[in-house]
Write a protein that binds this ligand. Structure first.
Ligand code: ATP
Ligand code: MG
Length: 137
């Protein structure tokens, strides 16, 4: 059993898709073990996206992810990391397959509604960034 960090990004909250996105993960069978709404600060964004900080798109990514609240979800299940990534679809919503969250609900490469950890190491690191031990049940 694995745990993964999922985010409903600001575009998902603004578009009133929190329930829809949470429901898709829950209906699939992932168990919610942590849940909160928060504002991502620039400092938090740089920690979360440390692999991207030097990339040309990073300033716009930081602007986007800090613009308004996100919903952070800690989810648990067998192979939760890859199950969630498969459900999300590829990064660019225009290229993501129908049936995936991004493929069904997004047409953007940046405003792609969801984040999901991409490896066990990333999941541990990201869960530590977004949740204290006491917030994970
Ligand atoms: P995430 O890490 O958010 O789950 P991902 O793993 O599919 O998404 P990454 O390559 O890690 O994609 O990029 C992180 C985020 O940065 C993307 O989800 C998207 O919001 C943004 N992003 C990635 N590439 C670009 C780009 N070329 N232009 C603009 N934004 C981008
Ligand atoms: Mg990523």
């Amino acid at each position: 059993v694995e745990r993964t960090l999922l985010l409903v990004k600001p575009d998902g909250v603004q578009r009133r898709l929190v329930g829809t996105i949470l429901s898709r993960f829950e209906s699939k069978g992932l168990k919610i073990v942590g849940l909160k709404m928060l504002n991502v600060t620039p400092e938090l964004a740089r920690k979360h996206y440390e692999e991207h900080v030097e990339k040309p798109f990073y300033p716009l990514l930081e602007e986007f992810i800090t613009a308004s609240p996100v919903v952070a979800i800690a989810a648990e299940g067998v192979d939760a990391i890859s199950v969630a990534r498969t459900m999300m679809g590829s990064t660019n919503g225009r290229e993501a397959a129908p049936g995936t969250i991004r493929g069904d609900l997004s047409q953007s490469r940046q405003m792609n509604l969801v984040h999901g950890s991409d490896s066990p190491e990333a999941a541990k690191r990201e869960l530590d960034i977004y949740f204290s031990a006491a917030e994970l049940l």
